[in-house]
Design a protein around this ligand. Structure first.
Ligand SMILES: [Fe+2]
Length: 357
C-alpha cells in the first residue's frame, strides 16, 4: 500500500524491494512466484529533489528500477495497472493506481501562489532540517493526486467490465479526510472528489483499498440509490495486515467483502481479530426473491437456528446442492442485514443463525 521508505530515501528503494521479495518470497524464481503482486507508491516514497527535476514521471523511476532488480512488478505511474484475478466464475479486476502523481510537484498549486509557496517550502526545509523534513512528509505538505488519464481509465474499466466482475482499486491515499487534523494547505488527495464522484456514477460496487493513515477504518460511502464504495484502510505494517475474502454467488455475482484483521499482540504474536463483513449488494438487494423470503419467514418464526437445523428443514427449502444454496441464501440475507451469524468466522456447518427483526 505504499510508503515503503522514509523521505524518499534512494538507497532505501533497493532495501525495501529486496525485503518484500525475500521475506514474502514473491516475484520470479521465488517460492510464491505464482501469487499476483501489486505495489503502489506512497508519498514517503517520493524523493523531493527528484520531484523537482523535469518530467513528472522522473521521481518514480528509481523505485521502479529497484523493484525490477528484485523481480517484482512495477508501480503504476501515469496509467493504472490492472491485475485481473479469477477463481471459477468469481472475477476481480484490481486497479492499481498512483495517488502520488502530484506529490512533490507544484502543478496542483494554483498558478498565482505556486512560486511563492514553492519558495517558502524550500526555505523552511533548508532552515528546519530533519524536523521540517519529517513534518513535510508526515503532514504531506505536497499535493497528492491521481493523474487525469488514470481517472479516465478507471471509469472506462468500470463501464466496460461485465457486471459480475468486482472492481477493486488499490492506491496509497485515503479518499475521505481522517481524524488527524492536517494543517497543511494541501492536505488530503487534491482530486479525491473526482474519484468518489466518478466511482459513484458507475452503478456498481467498488472496493477501494488504501494505506497512508496508519489506522484501519472501514468506511462505506453511499449515495441514495447508488452502489456502495467501500474504503478499507490497511494498518501500518508493524501492526499487522488485513486479509480480504470476497464472497460471490454461485453464478459469479459479488455478494460481500469480509475483512479479517490480523494484528500483532503486545508479545509480537499475530492473531486474527473478528471478521467484518460488508455487503456489496447496494441497490441490487434481492429481498423480493421468493426463496429468500421463505427462509427469512422461517427464521423469523424460529428466531435462532443451527446450520444443521436449517439444511434439514422438512419440507426441504432446496433439493439440489443444499449446502451451497443455503450458504448463498444466508450470505444474501446477511448482506441484506436480515439475519446475523454470531460465529460467522467458523465454518458454515457450525453457524448459529439469528433473525434480525
Ligand atoms: Fe503516506
Amino acid at each position: 500500500m505504499g510508503d515503503l521508505t522514509d523521505a524518499g530515501d534512494l538507497e532505501g528503494y533497493d532495501k525495501t524491494s529486496q525485503f518484500i521479495a525475500h521475506s514474502l518470497q514473491l516475484g520470479e524464481g521465488r517460492r510464491h512466484a505464482s501469487i499476483p503482486v501489486g505495489i503502489v507508491p506512497g508519498n514517503h516514497d517520493i524523493n523531493r529533489p527528484m520531484a523537482l527535476e523535469p518530467g513528472i514521471t522522473t521521481k518514480f523511476e528509481p523505485l521502479n528500477a529497484a523493484l525490477r532488480r528484485a523481480s517484482l512488478p512495477p508501480l503504476p505511474v501515469e496509467q493504472s495497472l490492472i491485475l485481473p484475478i479469477a477463481n471459477g466464475s468469481a472475477k476481480l479486476s484490481i486497479n492499481l493506481m498512483n495517488s502520488c502523481w502530484g506529490c512533490g510537484a507544484r502543478e496542483y498549486i494554483p498558478e498565482d501562489f505556486r512560486e511563492g509557496i514553492g519558495k517558502a517550502i524550500e526555505e523552511t526545509l533548508a532552515k528546519g532540517g530533519e524536523k521540517a523534513l519529517k513534518t513535510y512528509y508526515d503532514r504531506q505538505f505536497d499535493t497528492p493526486a491521481f493523474s487525469e488519464p488514470s481517472i479516465t481509465q478507471l471509469v472506462q474499466s468500470g463501464r466496460t467490465a461485465d457486471a459480475s466482475t468486482l472492481l477493486v482499486v488499490a492506491a496509497h491515499h485515503n479518499l475521505l479526510p481522517q481524524r488527524q487534523p492536517r494543517i497543511a494547505q494541501y492536505t488530503e488527495l487534491v482530486n479525491s472528489g473526482a474519484i468518489r464522484g466518478s466511482l459513484g456514477e458507475l452503478d456498481r460496487p467498488v472496493v477501494y483499498l488504501h494505506g497512508h493513515i496508519h489506522v484501519d477504518p472501514v468506511e462505506t460511502i453511499t449515495a441514495p440509490k447508488a452502489s456502495p464504495l467501500i474504503c478499507i484502510s490497511a494498518p501500518a505494517a508493524v501492526d499487522g495486515f488485513n486479509v480480504l475474502d470476497f464472497v460471490f454467488t454461485r453464478s459469479g455475482m459479488p455478494l460481500s467483502c469480509q475483512i479479517t484483521p490480523w494484528r500483532f499482540d503486545a508479545s509480537g504474536i499475530l492473531h486474527p481479530a473478528e471478521k467484518v463483513a460488508v455487503s456489496l449488494l447496494g441497490k441490487r438487494r434481492r429481498s423480493h426473491d421468493a426463496t429468500l423470503n421463505k427462509i427469512y419467514s422461517y427464521m423469523l418464526e424460529k428466531r435462532e437456528l443451527y446450520w444443521t437445523e436449517l439444511i434439514n428443514v422438512d419440507p426441504p427449502i432446496f433439493t439440489t446442492d443444499v449446502e451451497e444454496q443455503t450458504r448463498e441464501a444466508i450470505e444474501l440475507l446477511i448482506a441484506d442485514e436480515s439475519v446475523l451469524v454470531e460465529n460467522y468466522d467458523s465454518s458454515p456447518s457450525a453457524w448459529i443463525i439469528r433473525a434480525n427483526i
